[in-house]
Design a protein around this ligand. Structure first.
Ligand SMILES: C[S@@+](CC[C@H](N)C(=O)[O-])C[C@H]1O[C@@H](n2cnc3c(N)ncnc32)[C@H](O)[C@@H]1O
Length: 324
């Protein structure tokens, strides 16, 4: 096993034994849902950024896999929606984290009359070699683990998620990204990488890796400020590094012949005098009704130079629907 993966295990062994609220620094508000009570230790062990739990992914009784379980908060949130024995599978490579998560879920049983720890099946295993059969999962998720992986391991982890998902299954990811160039000395600092501080890559590279393993549709659901790494705190830097966190959903749709559909929150609006505009390629823009479009369709429509079609900028907050 690579040295940085071993260092990661050590960091999370310690984080399991000594819960550390500041470890991954997320300011995302914690969900308040009817009759959902999150144990305080589980909250202190929220080592993610953003959320991977979206009710819209969870219709039709899905089989859910969550990799890199931390204190179990998102396992509990997924179980809130599924409420069936074994419907949520958690995988983690750190024994101490698995033990701590079991203890937190036991406590969650006492606080939540609707919840049974048996809803969740925790397995020891690595994101790089998942202990799961092919095409057995509807929704797979990870929060703040994949950014730790170096490129070839990240590709391997994405391939593993692709392998275990059923056709049209969804991979929900939450990770830091950065458009700034991070010096190698910081990138190769195993501890900073394990703390989700120096493995961040540009969003487009992240999307390219996701589509390179076969995911035909990608949705960018959220993008938020995450951290500044400054030279006064991180010797080796000469200027500030700005890190954002993203929530992304990758769907195991077949790859379109002309490349993946990536939704970054663009919309097309036809404001001409006809009832609708039809590009005869499957896109009908009803007069004055915004249509969410993937970046590929946005580009094709913009290339028409039609005076009565407006294409919005990416909001990085795609919320469903639209073309493709
Ligand atoms: C940054 S924490 C995120 C925890 C959790 N997802 C959350 O949002 O609170 C990373 C998690 O991944 C686990 N982990 C580290 N390396 C792993 C690997 N190779 N495979 C699976 N899990 C791993 C750690 O034990 C830890 O639970």
């Amino acid at each position: 096993m690579s040295q940085y993966l071993e260092a990661t295990i050590d960091v999370y062994k310690d984080a399991a034994l000594n819960p550390n609220v500041g470890l991954c620094c997320t300011t995302t508000p914690v969900w308040q849902l009817p009759e959902l009570n999150i144990p305080s230790k589980m909250l202190a062990m929220n080592y993610g950024c953003g959320s991977t739990v979206a009710p819209r992914d969870l219709s039709h009784d899905p089989k859910i896999l969550y990799v890199g379980i931390g204190g179990g908060m998102e396992l509990l949130q997924f179980a809130y929606f599924s409420r069936k024995n074994g419907s949520v599978i958690g995988v983690d490579v750190v024994d101490e984290m698995i033990e701590a998560c079991h203890a937190n879920l036991k406590e969650a049983e006492d606080l939540n009359p609707w919840f049974s720890a048996e809803f969740i099946d925790i397995r020891k295993g690595s994101a790089l070699d998942l202990p799961m059969d092919d095409e057995t999962v509807d929704v797979a998720a990870q929060n703040c683990l994949f950014n730790i992986f170096k490129t070839e391991d990240l590709r391997k982890a994405l391939k593993e998620m692709y392998r275990i998902l059923k056709p049209h299954g969804r991979l929900v990811l939450s990770d830091p990204v950065s458009e700034d160039s991070i010096p190698d000395s910081i990138k190769n600092d195993d501890r900073l990488r394990a703390l989700c501080l120096s493995g961040a890559i540009p969003l487009q590279d992240y999307i390219d890796l996701i589509t390179s393993v076969g995911f035909g549709t990608v949705e960018i659901r959220a993008k938020r400020p995450y951290r500044i790494l400054s030279p006064n705190q991180y010797p080796g830097l000469t200027e500030n590094i700005y890190i954002e966190s993203v929530e992304v959903c990758a769907i195991k749709d077949p790859m379109p012949e002309d490349g993946p559909c990536v939704f970054t929150g663009k919309a097309a609006i036809y404001f001409g005098n006809e009832e609708a505009f039809d590009d005869h390629k499957g896109h009908v823009l009803m007069q004055n009704q915004p249509l969410a479009v993937c970046d590929k369709t946005a580009k094709n429509l913009a290339n028409l130079n039609h005076p009565d079609i407006f294409i919005s900028e990416s909001t990085y907050h795609y919320d469903g629907g639209g073309c493709c």
